[in-house]
Write a protein that binds this ligand. Structure first.
Ligand code: SF4
Length: 385
């Protein structure tokens, strides 16, 4: 089977390259050959759509235009630049790898595929993409898109979630990849997978340059190929989000340095669904661990139920309910860094200096709406006087 696949892929190469010459996507990271640009874009594109990445990519490059500037960037700046992209370990690994590149390779990403793979956050796909696109090395870059396109061309029903299948495709493509245009070949397959041989919908076979070679097209089996076994069901976790407001500032909590959303700031939340009474007791207990005025009684002068929200991670789904708990005036004379892992900050500071994971975006939106309402009421009062 592998021999047949190899012969078929070899036949496909010139059609893919001609198609790429006429149809390559215009993307900011393709404007010049630059390994740093390829690296940043490939890391951002993991789990994120091209359209969503454009803005992040341009901003990142504006603030951190090269590897030495990435080495020096403070963690808060990095997290802010990544805010909304999710999977924050990616940006932490970028910086770890940049430090190694500066120490070991004089600030220039190595061109060797094996050396690239030793850097944090750079796996076989990313190493292949950087080596081939930026340095013209004849190395395939095999990700889910490439697996889908190639397995459809050959009509193979191999389970593409298996590492052995991915490795076998890598080795087949290695003997097929054109040595004069390896980066273009990899990008041709990426672009075909993004726009023509699309996932989760009928592929646009009539526009495909390899339709005449494609077994999946001939047999009409695009729904079955690529084959993946059914996914395990996501674990559902209930959470109660406590939006604690104190004189125009909000309490934020820094998560532990390991596990989900490690080391990121969040709106305090407890891992269970609570009614109002329990949420108040929980928030009260939390504030009493912090230097809030112990004799301020009641600790909350107002409690409002906020809308429910949900957030889906790869293996977990958070179903959240939320409360806005407003502390009385007396509890307000506190510093921003109220404790090692708690901060009390206004909305503008959250926007500019704290990067909240998108899991909390529904509640951040609520905070913005409440602030706008409060500002509107203030202005009306001023006009009425
Ligand atoms: S012919 Fe259709 S199924 Fe085959 S590679 Fe092209 S788009 Fe995909």
């Amino acid at each position: 089977m592998q021999e047949n696949e190899e012969a078929l892929y070899r036949q496909a190469v010139p059609y893919l390259l001609d198609w790429y010459d006429a149809n390559a996507r215009i993307l900011p990271w393709r404007e010049e050959k630059n390994a740093y640009h390829t690296w940043i874009s490939e890391i951002m594109l993991q789990q994120t759509r091209v359209e969503a990445v454009r803005g992040y990519y341009n901003r990142f490059l504006r603030e951190l235009p090269d590897i030495p500037s990435l080495c020096k960037a403070p963690t808060e700046q990095l997290l802010k630049l990544w805010e909304g992209l999710g999977y924050y370990s990616r940006v932490r690994n970028l910086q770890k790898a940049a430090n190694i590149v500066c120490e070991k390779y004089g600030g220039v990403l190595p061109s060797d595929y094996e050396q690239l793979k030793t850097l944090p956050g750079i796996g076989t796909y990313t190493a292949g993409a950087i080596a081939s696109i930026a340095y013209d090395a004849a190395v395939p870059a095999v990700d889910g898109n490439v697996l889908r396109v190639m397995k459809r061309i050959s009509g193979s029903r191999d389970d593409i979630t298996r590492e052995s299948v991915k490795k076998a495709l890598f080795s087949t493509l290695q003997s097929v990849i054109p040595t004069d245009r390896p980066g273009d070949f990899n990008q041709a397959v990426m672009d075909l997978g993004a726009g023509i041989c699309v996932p989760n919908a009928e592929p646009h076979c009539k526009e495909c340059p390899v339709m005449h070679l494609c077994k999946t097209f001939r047999e009409g089996t695009w729904r079955e190929i690529p084959y993946k076994p059914a996914l395990k069901k996501r674990r559902v976790e209930q959470r109660t989000v406590l939006v604690i407001k104190c004189q125009g500032r909000y309490l934020l909590h820094k998560r532990a340095d390991n596990g989900l959303l490690a080391g990121l700031w969040e709106i305090p939340a407890v891992p269970e669904k609570m009614d109002e009474k329990k949420a108040i007791a929980q928030a009260q207990e939390l504030l009493l661990q912090l230097p809030f005025k112990k004799n301020a009684s009641p600790l909350f002068k107002k409690v409002d139920k906020l809308p429910d929200a949900k957030h889906i991670f790869s293996h977990v789904e958070w179903r959240m309910s939320g409360y806005l708990l407003t502390a009385p005036k007396e509890a307000s004379a506190l510093p921003e860094q109220i404790a090692a892992d708690y901060a009390l900050v206004d909305l503008e500071t959250i926007r500019t200096r704290y990067s909240l994971p998108s899991a909390f975006s529904a509640y951040l939106k609520e905070i913005k709406r409440l602030e706008e309402n409060a500002q509107g009421a203030q202005e009306k009062k001023g006009n009425d006087q």
